[in-house]
Design a protein around this ligand. Sequence first.
Ligand code: DON
Length: 439
Amino acid sequence: MRSVIPDYLAEVLEDVRSDTSGEPAGYIPELAAAEPERLGAVFAMVDGAVYGAGDIDVEFTIQSISKPFTYALALSDRGFDPVLAKVGVEPSGEAFNEISLESDTGRPLNPMINAGAITTHSMAGSEDLSPAERVERVVHGLSAFAGRRLKMDEAVCASEMESAHRNLAIAYMLRSHDILTEDPRAVVDGYIRQCSVLVTARDLAMMAATLANRGVNPLTGEQVIRGPVVRQVLSVMATCGMYDAAGDWATQVGIPAKSGVAGGLIGALPGQIGIATFSPRLDPHGNSVRGVSLFERFSSDMGLHVMEVPAAARAVVRSNHVVGSGPDAIRVFQLQGGIRFAGAERVVREVLDTAPAEARVALDLTMVHSIDDVSRRMLLEVVRRLTLDGREVYLVDPESIIPDPDPGDGGRVTVIGDVEEAVSPPRTVVQGGGRSGEA
Ligand code: DON
């Protein structure tokens, strides 16, 4: 059987192919000469599976899609405070190349507009790097996101530099405010080299999937950036990634995204998928016309809008029943799925509402696949309070979803692999305060 996903992708591509509105970017001959009919789309799952249709291995320049990744490198290399001191996180509602800076500080409003991106380029790598070393830091970083060594299109680069008047104007303004501390020309040259890196839709999907996968490249397994940086970058993509179309995008598509003038478009949905499309004709905002349509389709067909959250919390308690009878009876709360705060709250309430009369109580995690930190602490506090109420508490946890459970002062829990074990001698008893031993 063929996978349904490439067939779906091919079908959606055909649906948008007839739309020939918009024009390829015209400000340099190399981009104006792009083959306008090129069309491709790729899904990269966070476990590394890749599905694609159309022109997914054709190279084009990354352009502004480099901006969120270079922002990530600057945050990683310099830390949050120095970067935030120079580049804000507010949507500008303006075009990508608007010559606008915050009036009092001279800070660019965000790292997705050119003013911000030129600044973050200057902050990739350590302060003492030469311009060439900084470019190498950026290309090396972009390559780590893609999972292969990326090259540069020298012709695009030279041509962009010849017509970089606006970016130079922005850079000189940044220099006058001391936001840039280096030679503005060298920084713009580096920024343009960054934008001239060649990628395919497949590369872009993998780069987006690295963001979706908490900074770990699904192909190479490399932790390219840390979780807090991923959160910062995705937040800024969600609010500023589509420039003056950001609000429309947030409501219609709802996937953190970034576009580039060569026709690329990426979206990263945390925990699920990295998406990339390629089609060179652009709308007046500088976003790919067919790319935007494709993302609208993907979002509605597959329920990918970040605000569309499954009603998972209610289903966390799978069952609440009693095993056995008499003094040996055990009250079992069988939990399931991924547990986050609202799910843990549901468990706490279920235990309270039940007010178990049985002397023995089990929290069965056999069907739980993940639990976050706050939920783990909440469940262990339930264990502690049940112990203080005089109950013998069991944690059925064959997969060690909660490794080394410590129910805290006065708490006591017996870890078992199966509810049935509660009737035979327990394996591991954990006393509050972290003391554990064989019972
Ligand atoms: O800064 C520029 O003009 C280009 N090299 C990149 C701009 C870009 O991709 C804008 N995005 N849609």
